[in-house]
Design a protein around this ligand. Sequence first.
Ligand code: AMP
Ligand code: GLY
Length: 424
Amino acid sequence: MKVLVIGGGGREHAMCWKIQQSPKVERVYCAPGNAGISKNAKCIDIQSTDIEALVRFAKAEEINLTVVGPEQPLARGVTDRFIEEKLKIFGPSEAAAQIETSKAFSKNLMRKHDIPTAFYSTFYDFDEAMNWVRDVKPPLVVKADGLASGKGAVICKTENDALETLDSMMRGKIFGDAADCVVIEEFLEGEEVSFIAFTDGETVLPLETSQDHKTLLDGDHGPNTGGMGAYSPAPVVGSELFGKIMDRIMVPVVRALREEGIRYKGFLYAGLMIKDSEPFVLEFNARLGDPEAQPLLMRMKSDIVPILNAVIDEELSGYKIEWMNQASVCVVMTSKGYPGDYKKGVVIRGLEEVENMDNVVLFHAGTAFKDREIVSNGGRVLGVTAIDNTIKDTIDLAYEAIEKLRDEKFYYRTDIGKKALTHI
Ligand code: AMP
Ligand code: GLY
């Protein structure tokens, strides 16, 4: 069969790498892809949000299965359009993707269906939001309702911080229309984990556990980013907590959506705060996490293609996923300056040496070809991903690899995976 992956980041590279290994697959395409993806798939020059061009391509090439990586095409209804054209596609519908594209939608759904999450209120009116902030105790988190590339949640330590943030979002329009509505919620202290499952709208089939590192600097300091590194498994999620997450969050939210008339099919990602061994939802995403995808797919033993098809066909019940017992760690190399301004077009040296290492895979995020060399082309550049028997050995291997790429124009955190060591 022929498979098309939509997107061009580290997550999509991991998807192409995994899908290409399926004996059922004869060809993988990726739109738009990147320099690294071109080793595992044929890259097509179509942007991931150009829905009509994607439909035309899938029809012309007789694509048997399309898999959506990022949230933007989901938000624009790529799934609904493909289904209209009788094309097979993996990813939630536009209505189902609201769980990510509208924080007010997802918080209201959780409140209505008793799914544990932080206390909150939603506002369309600036003065009402200001008055509410004056009545509650900081710290607070102010969130733009819509998509804001992972930058739409601001932790406000003081009342003044919260008022300034509200002003910049609602009046200053720093996120455009995405902050016409804001959610303000209680700040939760604890440890953050990612919990991702396949669901066909009825059965929820969880992936292994994983943990991201959202902030730029070591020790979880600095501004939020798309994710600076991830590992799997996450030892903080023992079997009891795993059960609570499934029983109180994952299964109920899929049921809740069904009760609201929405059948959710695709990856469902819960960003959770674990507080005193209890899970609370910070957000839902309608897709696989990036960089969580890299260590998760590296550990996945089962062929992913039959599972993707079972989700689409609503036949997920009875499926099991086999996982490697080993640990996997992904350290993200970024352009210096990210998540602020950074330079593109910097030549990346040492790639071949790392590619030749055993048990290490280089997943490309923002890379491109220039004069036959591979250059940086985004904020997150590479996800250096290792697999080994223990988390400690895996961390060492990932860092041995990334050190070979060291360059003053790039940056990476030096403590990815350290948190896991505190739990074993
Ligand atoms: P979100 O876009 O809602 O996932 O928020 C982005 C990041 O902000 C999360 O990954 C957390 O690190 C942090 N965050 C969001 N909501 C809260 C909260 N209620 N309490 C503490 N931290 C939060
Ligand atoms: N790693 C966080 C995300 O994919 O949203």
